[in-house]
Design a binder for this molecule. Structure first.
Ligand SMILES: Cc1ncc(COP(=O)(O)O)c(C=O)c1O
Length: 403
């Protein structure tokens, strides 16, 4: 099938819910992907943060192939050694005290489980999330997600969710009532524009939750697995949540969701109160075991910290050079560049020049590259950005002059 047919068939046969870019990707290796015509791209989208180990990491490929020949599916009502191995590896890296998991298939599912768990464990209904937060698009997760363009068409959502201004401990404290089961937050808001909270915020939330007997759920779907320079985003502030939601990169590119909680909290679920047909399939667990091994062996969190610092400094140079660049934010290899204008043009121009970039809202460029990205590849990304931001600035200022 040629490029034209592929684009047409996908547009016709698949729900039109994705903001599609006119690009057909057929192959990936490390931080590179190739389109159907063989053109190479540096992938700073990283499949929305999934391809953290790099595309088709050989260890993941090997583990998946081997497991596929042995056993692909095994319902969680039966035991399986790959699942056990994965759970043990998982608990060896999760923050201390988070030691019992529910396995699912996506970030939204990990959040759904956390919401149910908070209600079941506390016997209280209310969940407090923040304005600008993103937690997925299934009905429970969507009720915690802030953006009204995602929420409004689907009202009424799940009751007893409320949103408070982000990074504001005072407002959060005022919002907690004796009906509150949990506070649900991303340590760094990803979709909301790559926003890192002030240093005192998360420790303050932890203290508040302890004092008011409210659970702290951290949605680490985007910030975990070394992405921000630590294994989990919460480690930057020395905070351990009661429940943590994980997904994206944990199975080396295969679908996975994980809700990990303190044992008494997870044990409040009784048999049948929550489940998923694919929970902990051997194939996904084999991939996830390999992914954790690679993460630790290749010291990818340390690599994200070092290369992220390098990348961020280069982005800050661009901020100093161009007026249309307002701010550079982020930690490790989770970086955002806020512009004074829409970023779509820049994203499309960068794509033409072989660099794939994500957005985070209308005016933020977001970078979630594989942590195996090379320094030279970052230099290439910066050089392309220099060109396309420069062009955009020229167009904007000459347009303004002409007006
Ligand atoms: C913080 C956060 N939570 C939840 C989700 C939802 O994950 P999924 O798309 O796998 O359902 C995302 C997805 O981007 C996310 O960034």
């Amino acid at each position: 099938m040629n490029e034209y047919d592929i684009i047409n068939f996908e547009n016709r046969l698949m729900a039109n819910v994705f903001a599609k870019r006119p690009l057909v990707i057929t192959r990936g290796k490390g931080a590179l992907v190739w389109d159907i015509k063989g053109k190479e791209y540096i992938d700073c989208m990283g499949s929305y943060g999934v391809a953290l180990l790099g595309h088709s990491h050989p260890k993941v490929v090997e583990a998946v192939c081997k497991q596929a020949e042995t056993l692909i599916s095994c319902h969680a009502s039966l035991y399986n050694p790959k699942r056990t191995e994965f759970l043990q590896k998982l608990m060896s890296i999760t923050p201390k005290g988070l030691n019992k998991a529910f396995l699912s298939n996506s970030g939204a599912e990990a959040v759904e489980c956390a919401i149910k768990l908070a209600r079941k464990f506390t016997g209280k209904p209310e969940i407090i999330a923040v304005m600008g937060g993103f937690h997925g698009k299934t009905m429970g997760a969507l009720s915690a997600t802030w953006d009204k363009k995602y929420r409004e068409p689907f009202q009424p959502l799940v009751p007893e969710f409320k949103h408070v201004p982000p990074d504001n401990l005072e407002k959060l404290t005022e919002a907690v009532t004796d009906k509150t089961a949990a506070v649900l937050l991303e340590p760094i808001r990803g979709e909301g524009g790559v926003r890192v909270p002030p240093d005192e915020f998360l420790p303050g939330v932890r203290e508040l939750c302890d004092e008011k007997n409210v659970l702290l759920i951290l949605d680490e779907v985007q910030t975990s697995f070394g992405r921000t320079g630590k294994l989990f985003g919460c480690e930057h502030w020395g905070v351990t949540p009661d429940v943590m939601c994980l997904a994206k990169p944990f199975a080396g590119g295969l679908p996975i969701g994980i809700t990990v909680a303190k044992e008494p909290i997870m044990s409040s679920f009784k048999v049948g109160e929550h489940s998923s047909t694919f929970s902990g399939s051997p194939l996904v667990c084999a991939a996830a075991c390999a992914a954790i091994d690679v993460l630790l062996k290749e010291k990818l969190a340390e690599r994200a910290a070092a290369l992220g610092g390098y990348f961020k400094a280069k982005l800050e140079d661009l901020q100093a050079k161009y007026k249309i660049v307002k701010e550079v934010r982020g930690l490790g290899l989770m970086l955002g560049v806020e512009l004074r204008y829409d970023v779509l043009n820049i994203i499309l121009k960068a794509m033409d020049r072989s660099v794939l970039i994500l957005d985070a809202g209308r005016n933020v460029l977001r970078f979630l590259p594989p942590l195996v990205i090379e320094k030279e590849q970052i230099d290439k990304v910066i050089s392309v950005l220099d060109t396309v931001i420069g062009e955009e600035e020229n167009e904007r200022t000459s347009g303004a002059a002409a007006n």
